[in-house]
Design a protein around this ligand. Structure first.
Ligand SMILES: O=c1ccn([C@@H]2O[C@H](COP(=O)(O)O)[C@@H](O)[C@H]2O)c(=O)[nH]1
Length: 233
């Protein structure tokens, strides 16, 4: 499944006004926006509603990871906010993932549930420190299979894993990929980075892009350049 509106701009800001100023420069027919831990912890559901009122679909990236009952209630609360997509950690396990799915059962417009596999800021040496003696690619595959088997709509992974996941998972299973960096851009704290065009070509459905856009002198222009790069490839 290809969505021409495939870019999700990450609104990782300290100030409410910074987030709203950027959102007002963007067009909801050209991108979706991500509200993550920083913005949500500071400004909560009211800001989500304010951005929704401007016409944007919200990717609520709170990465729930807790006992099944707690995740069930948190997912229900997020779903009632009317967000388009939300995240939880696949490593929370099968029962937690099923509890998340149960939370939105029967809703008219349930959010898409996507499970984080291995954060894009990690590489294999980081997994070894956690006692995981397999490559990032293998760990991502394992968690993605767990996610698919327990009712998730997709996973968050690096686009570096997209080609192998496309072979492993069903065609309509969503791959949501942060760690996107245009050629030459600073990687910042991201370890598994891929360019926007390569991400789409590899099979990513949605590209989560923060700093390359939010730190640009002209964020709207940068978004348009990235979209043009994707279309040209
Ligand atoms: O594995 C993950 C999961 C989520 N993210 C989020 O995506 C954006 C990326 O921002 P950049 O500024 O483009 O690096 C950020 O909000 C993360 O919380 C991720 O990077 N990796």
């Amino acid at each position: 499944m290809k969505d021409s509106n495939c870019i999700i701009v990450a609104l990782d800001f300290e100030e409410r006004q910074q987030a709203l100023d950027l959102v007002r420069e963007l067009d909801p027919s050209q991108c979706r926006v991500k509200v993550g831990k920083e913005l949500f912890t500071r400004f909560g559901p009211d800001l989500v509603r304010e951005i929704q009122a401007l016409g944007f679909e919200i990717f609520l990236d709170l990465k729930f990871h807790d006992i099944p009952n707690t995740v069930n209630k948190a997912v229900r609360a997020a779903a009632e906010l009317g967000v388009w997509m939300l995240t939880l950690h696949a490593s929370g396990g099968a029962a937690m993932l099923q509890a998340a799915r149960d939370a939105v059962q029967g809703m008219d417009h349930p959010p898409l549930l996507v499970a984080v596999t291995v954060l894009t800021s990690l590489e294999s040496s980081d997994l070894a420190v956690q006692g995981i003696e397999r490559s990032v690619e293998e760990q991502v595959q394992r968690l993605a299979s767990l996610a698919q088997g327990n009712g998730m709509d997709g996973v968050v992974c690096s686009a570096a894993e997209a080609v192998s996941l496309r072979k492993l998972l069903s065609e309509n299973f969503l791959l949501v990929t942060p760690g996107i960096r245009p050629t030459g851009a600073n990687a910042d704290d991201q370890k598994r980075i891929v360019t926007p065009a390569d991400a789409v070509q590899s099979g990513s459905n949605y590209l989560v892009i923060g700093r390359p856009i939010t730190r640009a002198r002209d964020p709207h222009l940068k978004l348009s350049e990235i979209q043009a790069e994707i279309l040209a490839n």
